[in-house]
Design a protein around this ligand. Structure first.
Ligand code: FAD
Ligand code: MG
Length: 337
């Protein structure tokens, strides 16, 4: 199993140190090829129940959206079986995917799965020596347009005056979908809502670096230095509170290297090639799905071209870019700073 903490929790701390502090309880479990981490800071909350709620929420999203689960909606779509009984989670993901694709001018695109595979990530790519030939890239790119994804929305009625609607999702032949850049954040939001409904107030839900904080406490998060290991001196600390979320995308955990060139797992859907130019980007947003989707898109776009999408979502970002001399440059966008 891979552990992918792009941003690490340092500690949960409150400014109000005069009051007795409730005990922190921390739980970890594996899911979605990474680790889920829940820190509860509420007195009087049944921790076992809370962990059960969070686990169930993440499992449910995983069962519908994972391309690693053969019975999921995502796998059915990829097998061209369509989803004629759209489940809530896949409906939500598709709608949101169209939205993020639009506001990022195509930089966020869950239909890049054939290119992700061509570049040797998750599976596939074995047909060619690495890097794949330009012709294979341009041919594969033709199967990755967002227009390969279809959603039909039909409204029906009967003689008794009842009306209902049915959504049908399908993908054109040759296309494939992968919610890898958005569904971990979405799953964090689903768990967050369920925990709040169950009466949990102060907690931090973390799924592989996609985090959302609940309550009035301040949660201090360490942002990793992309040139160093996860346990080394962090680049920066940010503080989350009141429903805020953070996600980090970087090219240093999943990549291939040839002749001194690093090819990472985030693909620029406009060119078909792995994104270049940004070392790491951390997005702070009002929900974890937005932070997740935008961190991937901002990694593709770079700081300047990301401003529009970040502003549209009321989100902020910390870009880490490498200077020609190898040193790091930080660029901050948004009101958070
Ligand atoms: P992010 O930047 O958030 O996302 C990058 C990923 O998104 C890429 O790996 C690629 O798949 C896709 N992508 C690339 N470019 C773009 C783009 N321009 N626009 C949109 N998407 C793009 N991994 C396992 O090994 N085993 C599992 O069982 C497993 N189950 C999973 C279940 C679910 C529901 C999800 C969402 C992921 C699962 N993963 C699994 C995948 C694993 O966790 C991924 O490596 C991860 O989602 C990538 O996230 P990230 O935070 O590293 O990068
Ligand atoms: Mg992402």
């Amino acid at each position: 199993m891979r552990f992918m903490f792009a941003a690490i929790l340092f500690c949960g701390c409150s400014r109000e140190q005069t009051k007795p502090q409730p005990q922190m309880r921390e739980y970890n479990w594996p899911i979605m090829g990474t680790t889920a981490n829940l820190i509860l800071a509420d007195d009087g909350v049944d921790a076992e129940k809370a962990v059960g709620i969070a686990k169930e929420a993440l499992e449910e999203v995983n069962s519908k959206l994972s391309v690693f689960v053969p019975t999921s909606d995502a796998s059915k779509l990829n097998a061209n079986l369509g989803c004629d009984y759209t489940t809530y989670h896949s409906f939500e993901m598709i709608i949101r995917s169209f939205y993020f694709n639009k506001i990022t001018d195509g930089a966020f695109n869950p239909m890049v799965a054939p290119l992700v595979e061509l570049w040797g990530f998750h599976r596939g790519g074995e047909k060619y020596d690495f890097p794949p030939p330009a012709e294979a890239v341009s041919n594969t790119l033709k199967r990755c347009g967002i227009e390969m994804l279809h959603m039909e929305h039909d409204i029906y009625g009967d003689d008794e005056g009842n009306t209902w609607c049915e959504n049908t999702i399908f993908i054109s032949a040759g296309g494939r979908i992968d919610f890898g850049a958005i569904a971990k954040g979405y799953a964090v939001d689903v768990a967050y809502e369920e925990l709040r409904i169950a009466g949990c107030t102060n907690f931090l839900m973390n799924l592989g670096g996609n985090m959302r904080a609940s309550g009035t406490r301040e949660w201090k998060i360490a942002v990793r230095n992309p040139l160093k290991g996860v346990d080394d001196e962090p680049l920066e600390h940010i503080t989350l509170t009141n429903g805020m979320a953070v996600a980090t995308s970087g090219g240093y955990e999943q990549f291939h290297e040839r002749d001194g060139v690093r090819y990472c797992h985030i693909i620029d859907p406009r060119t078909g090639y792995p994104a270049q130019g940004v070392e790491q980007v951390t997005v702070i947003a009002n929900d974890a799905m937005t932070a997740d989707a935008l961190s991937t898109a901002c990694f593709v776009l770079g700081a300047e071209a990301s401003k529009k999408a970040l502003a549209e979502c009321g989100a902020s970002a910390l870009f880490v870019v490498k200077n020609p001399d190898g040193s790091l440059r930080l660029e901050r966008i948004g009101d958070f700073w």
